[in-house]
Design a protein around this ligand. Structure first.
Ligand code: FES
Length: 609
């Protein structure tokens, strides 16, 4: 047990990322004990004696006890220097933030990668030509490139560009394939030489502030061959966009580090997708990456400081095509990454992709579409107009800043119902409850309003039997300690209610301002599209009951999953869909809410229940 200094606190806060679980731990307890108390299920095959190397975690910030001999044996100096530790051995000496790699968890976090599947005629920006070249002889000493150019010229493609990354492999490829090749071109640029009739693949990625989704697509028939998701590793450096921007400002090399973390995670996802499909990196000849403007900039290595300062303008709003090799993505040697246009500093290419995928931008009907995240982007299409805004809804729906909040991992309460004095819940994976995620807290608040636990201003009613006051904190008991998976009460505090009021108030105010700008009433919305991870799982009736969404008939709502990912896939397989984004951006009338004269009024109104 570590020596207790006079400045060492008796209780130590351990923050487990990327799950967003926090626990106050007794001094002297190791990280495995803290994880168990927090309901975080780490693999611990050896039962915590330091011999299985399964409970590997990484220190992000704070201080841990010096490595034990078991850790030195299991991890080695290099991994120890990178912050890796064994949870069963390391004891926090101060408040710590710990990163849990996915392989150290027994059950995966729920990641939203499903989205609309729409039929798009494949028309990718790359083309391929199968060719047979004449090998060199003593009488024909032309270079390899001259042979390739001549063969392409015979096909009517004059003066192709062959860049250095392609040249590095081309000669070997031609010889190993007996002077045959499927040459892949993007415009007049050669991307790669593949074996004859080899399939062409594309990678679509949606970079969310919290989650990443990646799709491997067959470019010839447009089918999605495999998909995967994982947490955005940048979470360790800031929960939301604003704190990540601050990280890059306050830490030299921070921008490069955040870019490297993202690229590493995307390469890992691509390797997983390729393993699933037994394909080669050279086959991946094009990528489309979408994200909010900050994620877009961090991926491309662009400055983000200006996104954190009024008037919050992007460094680049135009579409970009960047060589994958320049970013470090493991695609075909000459492949490009296409980044669609951004609309504004807080309405990015992911929203453009969502508008594209849902086709709402071109709809003859009045359609409102939103993607709820730490930042919520909202668009309204009506009578040929397309109005968009963005509101800071905060991370409460990701479980952050909520007393027992957590992300939608196993054991998170995702549904709540109140029957008199009985609270019934359902958890992700039907595991013992260890916290509450976004859809659960939204349900809980809606039920609390209906049950009279909350008044219209959001005040907890102390005379309700499930409302208690503990140490000056007024709280509603969702689940008593004995029924949970970690033996702590799961509660909703007055502060939690306030966080949800801020989030739902911001979203509703954004909706109201767009309707007001278009001169429309609520019931003129013919379709209400809810996209994104949280939007997939939330109960629409709860969102209406708390006043986050207007009270429209339930059949006007459509939950579409990860529509940004769908839009990215469409842009991957279709040059025409890619071009449509220019028209979307041209058509958008962006409404800045922070300076809108009615925003504060609408926001205050929307805070009530
Ligand atoms: S639980 Fe086996 S090494 Fe920690």
């Amino acid at each position: 047990m570590p020596k207790k200094s006079s400045s060492t606190p008796k209780r130590i806060r351990v923050d487990f990322e990327p799950l967003g679980r926090r626990v106050d731990n007794d001094l002297g307890d190791n990280l495995l004990t803290a994880a168990q108390a927090a309901g975080v299920q780490l693999v611990s095959l050896c039962g915590g004696i330091g011999s299985c190397d399964n409970c590997r975690v990484r220190l992000i910030s704070g201080e841990l006890s010096p490595p034990t001999s078991e850790e030195q044996d299991a991890l080695g100096t290099e991994d120890l220097a990178r912050g890796y530790r064994l949870a069963c051995q390391a004891i926090p000496l101060s408040n710590v933030k710990i990163d849990i790699p996915p392989e150290s968890l027994t059950a995966p976090q729920r990641l939203q990668i499903e989205g609309l599947e729409t039929l798009i005629e494949p028309d990718p920006v790359v083309t391929s030509f199968d060719m047979q070249l004449t090998p060199p002889t003593l009488d024909d000493l032309r270079s390899d490139v001259s042979r390739v150019k001549q063969a392409l010229d015979d096909l009517g493609i004059a003066c192709p560009v062959i860049g250095l990354p392609v040249l590095e492999d081309l000669s070997d490829i031609l010889r190993s394939q007996n002077w045959t090749a499927r040459l892949v071109l993007r415009g007049d640029e050669v991307i790669v030489g593949l074996p004859l009739e080899c399939g062409l693949l594309g990678l679509a990625v949606d970079i969310g502030t919290t989650k990443l989704a990646a799709y491997l697509v067959d470019l010839q028939n447009g089918n999605t061959l495999a998909k995967t998701g994982r947490m955005n590793p940048q979470i360790s450096y800031g929960e939301d966009v604003v704190s990540r921007i601050a990280y890059t400002i306050n830490n030299e090399g921070g921008r490069k580090l955040l870019q490297a973390k993202l690229v590493e995670a995307i390469n890992d996802m691509l390797a997983e997708l390729r393993n699933q499909t037994e394909t080669e990196p050279e086959q991946v000849v094009e990528a489309v990456v979408v994200g909010n403007t900050a994620m877009h900039h961090l991926f491309a290595g662009l400055p983000v400081r200006q996104l954190g300062e009024a008037p919050y303008v992007p460094a680049v709003a135009d579409p970009m095509d960047i060589p994958a090799s320049q970013i470090g993505l493991m695609l075909a040697p000459g492949a490009y990454v296409h980044l669609p246009p951004n609309i504004a500093g807080y309405v990015g290419a992911d929203h453009v992709a969502m508008l594209l995928a849902t086709d709402m931008w071109d709809s003859a009907r009045t359609v409102l579409a939103l993607d709820i995240g730490t930042n919520t982007e909202i668009s309204l299409a009506t009578g040929g107009r397309l109005l968009s805004c963005s509101c800071a809804s905060g991370p409460a729906f990701e479980g952050a800043h909520i007393h027992d909040g957590m992300r939608a991992a196993p054991g998170a309460i995702e549904r709540v119902q109140i029957f008199g004095e009985e609270v019934r819940v359902h958890t992700v994976g039907s595991q013992p409850a260890v916290g509450i995620c976004g859809s659960g807290i939204l349900d809980a608040i809606a039920e609390m309003v209906a049950a009279g636990v909350l008044d219209s201003r959001g005040k907890l009613q102390k005379d309700h039997s499930l409302v208690d006051e503990d140490d000056g904190v007024v709280e509603f008991l969702i689940m008593p300690a004995k029924a949970t998976g970690h033996e702590h009460n799961i509660i909703v505090t007055q502060k939690d209610v306030g966080e949800i009021q801020l989030a739902k108030g911001a979203i509703r105010a954004g909706i109201e301002i767009l309707l007001e700008e278009a001169g429309l009433a609520h019931d003129e919305i013919e379709e209400f599209i809810v996209a994104g991870a949280f939007g997939t799982y939330l109960d629409i009736r709860s969102a209406v009951r708390v006043g986050m969404f207007p009270a429209l008939p339930v059949d006007r709502f459509r939950q579409v999953g990860n529509a940004a990912g769908t839009g990215a896939r469409q842009m991957l397989i279709s040059a025409e869909r890619r071009q449509a984004t220019a028209e979307i951006v041209r058509r958008v009338e962006y409404i800045e809410l922070t300076t809108h004269p009615n925003f504060t009024n609408e926001f205050i109104k929307a805070m009530t229940f």
